[in-house]
Design a protein around this ligand. Structure first.
Ligand code: NDP
Length: 451
């Protein structure tokens, strides 16, 4: 079949998706990227086509929308929206994070849940896909306000989730503090201590390495990509965006492997430190972001370097780029600047941080490009390991969990290599991740009948 025929099938598929899901731009973007890889594969494997597996996977099994009323410190009533998208339970209980951010809407959560299905499958662990959250903004709120919001949010969510049904975790705006408040409320309402959330504190069912897992995993994946070209992180200059959970631990792992991280950012701007963000500076960033909850620009007052207001890191010269903030934070211009400045590897800690135009630039330039659904799967994989430990009522050592995480990332890389290697030897990790994640979910759906 020619490329034109495939393109027509993709266009027809997307026309139907857009008509059924109007106004959900990020969801359309995520589906388009996946079906571009999968339609040729499905055409070659008609059992998937006849069973309309792609069409079924693109419709969530269930969408839950609810009101979250809470009272702020001034005694004023606030109302937010709450969501949980239960996208696929083909290979295990729904699993995926909760995002608290003012930009959250149905389309963003559906894109995240859709990606999550393939990502979770890639980990090889038995986890379905879901995502949820709220348009609540934790920034500038007191701990008491965050607690009241989390309690109200969980009061409704608890009736839809459970350790064998749906197991949420953290994402943007949801870290250890929020997971703690939600877990406390779940336990109080249900009178049961179970692994219903992951990312829990170590003393109450959490796993060692879970906070580090997404950042570490993203760097392990980049390391595997670099190895295919006989390279390593030693001596490499690395640009990282974000300064939250994923960015913090990606920085730590790059330092451990002998690279030098020169940027971090937040939604206000980027800091550039040409001397490198070493362990001492990083410990301060963790305090700034996780305890003081301040802005990244404060870094330059303390450690020097430059601050670029309302700019992203991608115009700084680097060998490796790790986008670890949010969706669509690398556009075509950014991608061109990265390639022009000699960047050879992009590994996505965030979900869908590169726009479709940017991805095209990376693939055309044949640099190493690891899409989020493969490169950031270490977070959910370690959540899966937290669920295993909860079921066994055991705690594994730091070394054990890190080793399991590392092995999972190496295996995800192998899967991408298996399904994404092109005739000239170039590894198209987008195709590799999409096809590699799809097969297990699709075969499970075939086996389970029309569900
Ligand atoms: P955090 O809330 O800990 O940190 C998010 C960081 O990104 C902050 O520095 C934040 O800046 C910045 N950011 C958020 N929104 C924007 C925006 N619109 N523009 C610019 N910067 C922004 O979240 P995480 O580190 O957990 O998540 C980061 C990314 O990684 C997300 O895409 C998430 O989906 C993905 N991810 C996370 C996983 C996890 O285990 N936590 C697992 C897999 C993927 P500010 O403080 O100004 O908001």
């Amino acid at each position: 079949m020619s490329n034109n025929v495939y393109q027509q099938l993709v266009d027809d598929f997307m026309a139907r998706v857009k008509a059924k899901n109007p106004g959900e731009a990020e969801f359309h973007q995520a589906v388009q990227e996946v079906v571009e890889s999968l339609i040729p594969f499905v055409e070659e494997n008609p059992q998937y086509k006849h069973a309309k597996i792609l069409e079924r996977m693109t419709e969530p099994e269930r969408v839950i929308l609810f009101r979250v009323p809470w009272m702020d410190d001034k005694g004023e009533i606030q109302i937010n929206k709450g969501y949980r998208i239960e996208m696929s339970s083909a290979i295990g209980p729904y699993k995926g994070g909760l995002r608290f951010h003012p930009t959250v809407n149905l389309g963003i959560l559906k894109f995240l849940a859709y990606e999550q299905v393939l990502k979770n499958s890639l980990t090889t662990l038995p986890m379905g896909g879901g995502k949820g959250g709220s348009d609540f903004d934790p920034k500038g709120k007191s701990d008491n306000e965050v607690m009241r919001f989390c309690q109200s949010f969980m009061t409704e969510l608890q009736r839809h989730i459970g350790p064998n049904t749906d197991v949420p975790a953290g994402d943007i705006g949801v870290g250890g503090r929020e997971i703690g408040f939600m877990f406390g409320q779940y336990k109080r309402l249900r009178n049961e201590f179970t692994g219903v959330l992951t990312g829990k504190g170590l003393e109450w069912g959490g796993s060692l390495i879970r906070p580090e897992a997404t950042g570490y995993g993203c760097v392990y994946f980049a390391e595997e990509m670099l190895k295919t070209r006989g390279m390593s992180f030693a001596g490499k200059t690395v640009a990282i965006s974000g300064s939250g959970n994923v960015a913090q631990y990606a920085t730590e792992k790059v330092n451990m492997l002998g690279g030098k991280v020169v940027t971090l950012s937040d939604s206000n701007g980027t800091i550039y430190d040409p001397k490198g963000i070493d362990a001492e500076k990083l410990a301060w960033v963790l305090w700034l972001k996780n305890v003081k909850r301040g802005r990244i620009k404060e870094y330059v007052d303390k450690w020097g370097g430059e601050y670029y207001h309302e700019q992203r890191p991608w115009h700084v010269k680097c060998d490796v780029a790790l986008p670890c903030a949010t969706q669509n934070e690398v556009d075509k211009n950014d991608a061109e600047a990265l390639v022009k400045n000699g960047c050879i590897c992009v590994s996505e800690g965030a979900n869908m941080p590169s726009t479709p135009d940017a991805v095209e630039v990376f693939i055309k330039a044949k640099i190493l490009y690891g899409p989020g659904k493969a490169a950031n799967a270490g977070g959910v994989a370690t959540s899966g390991l937290e669920m295993t430990q909860n079921s066994m009522r055991l705690n594994w050592t730091r070394e054990r969990v890190d080793e399991e995480l590392h092995t999972i990332m190496i295996n995800i890389h192998k899967t991408c290599q298996k399904y994404g290697t092109e005739p000239d030897g170039f590894i198209n990790y987008v195709k590799g991740a999409n096809v590699g994640g799809f097969v297990k979910v699709a075969d499970s759906m075939l086996a389970q009948g029309l569900v």
